[in-house]
Design a protein around this ligand. Structure first.
Ligand SMILES: [Zn+2]
Length: 456
């Protein structure tokens, strides 16, 4: 049995791990590279293995840095199943076609305005490619062992366990003939008020663990109170709070806190808009799977009632005309694309407004540049000044911090022969490696891209 690291090595994006066991080859996650150009270019190079030779994909969760390459994999000849939980399948049904649509839009704008070096600029894949790839998805139940169901290839077993992070997100255990290996996926926080905590009740011989916050501990300040201060400050300036956020997950957490603050009359009753073409479907997906959440169905319905969902393009454009204070939540969370770009062009150049980032910002994304204090960012081929207040509320993050990662690894049901640390910048991965070695006495290493290891 072997593992090869095809992405997310000393970086947070492009999660893809190749497992070979006997004559079976599977890919765990199939993500897009995001952020720095050197990383994004990898999306355009040939996939390191022939997609036709892969038997299956095991998908941990719906975020694009884990799922966003699936449409291309299918386009390049992959014919096996993509295994995922029900909710992950539902969310990919929204996210992947949206990702294709946004790429088509970006290419169309670049060609129209002539700001691309490529003539013509092309999308990596289209919304139609993405829709086609959805036919490959196959539902996996929680906790139960599954087998690769191809004739004569039943030598690989796999199991999904809740990882917190995002409803539907999983850690995956893969059992081969010679050894077993577990993948943390992206791990959530035990204290998240909406999403349930990661469940570490499993074990394996080897472990691949994420390290997004491997070198950091989330502040103990109350995110609700921080949000209150930001909203009040911006309201006093008669400004708008713009919150870049994925339509499912962090957006609901922010909306939950805003609702609590309004109930306590800690902030004025200003309008809150959730601007996403996916919001209505996201609402449906969340309501259908409310058992995955910590809050009741009624509480969830209450959150949805407290916001105005902006679906159509016209309404989205009209939001930019509004002059009274409001709060606008729109994707994407790292401002890499989507409707948030139009709001940034409108609100970021003016001092009375606030741009509030709610989660991790991958290096090289507009979000990362802005939280680092960039005076301008490039949007649709032009530089736009950033004069609004830019806030990064890191403790709204959906990722476990260094202490939570150590605790999670420590409570798994088996001592691992070796831990591979991925999905984190080099400093974060190295800090986590030291803690795993020193505090838990485990053998841990940080694989390089394309590096291969025997699992015996
Ligand atoms: Zn994620």
């Amino acid at each position: 049995m072997k593992i090869q690291f095809l992405g997310a090595t000393t970086t947070v994006t492009g999660s893809r791990y190749l497992i070979t066991s006997g004559n079976t080859t599977v890919l765990v996650d199939c993500g897009l590279f995001q952020g720095f150009k050197s990383l994004r270019l990898k999306n355009w190079s040939n996939f390191p293995v022939d997609p036709k030779k892969l038997d299956a994909v095991f998908l941990t969760h719906a975020h694009l840095d884990h799922s966003g390459y699936i449409p291309l994999l299918v386009k390049q000849g992959f014919r096996g199943p993509v295994y995922a939980t029900r909710l992950t399948i539902d969310l990919c049904g929204l996210l992947l076609p949206d990702s294709g649509y946004l790429q088509e839009e970006e290419a169309r704008l670049a060609n129209q305005r002539g700001y691309s070096k490529h003539h013509p600029a092309l999308p990596l894949y289209t919304a139609d490619d993405a829709k086609r790839s959805l036919e490959s998805f196959k539902k996996v139940p929680w906790y139960k062992p599954n087998h690769i169901s191809r004739k004569g290839r039943g030598n690989l077993q796999f199991e999904y366990h809740p990882a917190g992070h995002l409803p539907g997100a999983a850690s995956i255990v893969v059992q081969g003939e010679q050894a077993s290996i577990a993948f943390s996926g992206d791990l959530g926080r035990t204290s998240d008020p909406l999403v349930r905590a990661p469940d570490p009740r499993f074990g394996a011989d080897y472990l691949v663990v994420e390290s997004t916050y491997g070198d950091r501990i989330h502040p103990t300040t109350d995110p609700e109170d921080q949000l209150r201060q930001v909203v009040l400050r911006t309201f006093e300036r008669s400004g708008t709070v713009v919150i870049p956020s994925f339509a499912v997950g962090r957006a609901q957490l922010v909306l939950h806190y805003l609702l609590q603050l309004k109930r306590k009359r800690a902030i004025p009753d200003i309008p809150v808009y959730l601007n996403s073409p996916m919001a209505a479907q996201a609402k449906h997906a969340w309501s259908t799977h409310s058992a995955e959440l910590k809050i009741s169905r009624e509480e969830l319905a209450e959150i949805w009632r407290s916001v105005r969902i902006i679906g159509s393009q016209e309404e989205s454009v009209a939001l930019n005309e509004k002059t009274e204070p409001s709060i606008i939540v729109a994707a994407s969370g790292m401002a890499t694309g989507g409707r948030i770009l139009h709001h940034l062009k409108r609100f970021a150049p003016h001092r009375q407004n606030t741009i509030l980032f709610a989660g991790y910002q991958a290096g090289g994304t507009r979000g990362d540049l802005m939280v680092r204090g960039a005076e301008s960012v490039k949007i649709h081929g032009e530089q736009w000044p950033i004069r609004a207040e830019v806030i990064h509320l890191d403790n709204l993050s959906a990722h476990a911090d260094s202490n939570e990662l150590i605790e999670w690894v420590g409570s798994l049901h088996r001592k691992h022969r070796r831990i591979f640390i991925t999905h984190g910048d080099r400093d974060a991965a190295e800090a986590l490696r030291k803690r795993l070695v020193n505090e838990l006495g485990l053998e841990a290493s940080i694989p390089e891209e394309l590096e291969e290891f025997e699992l015996a």
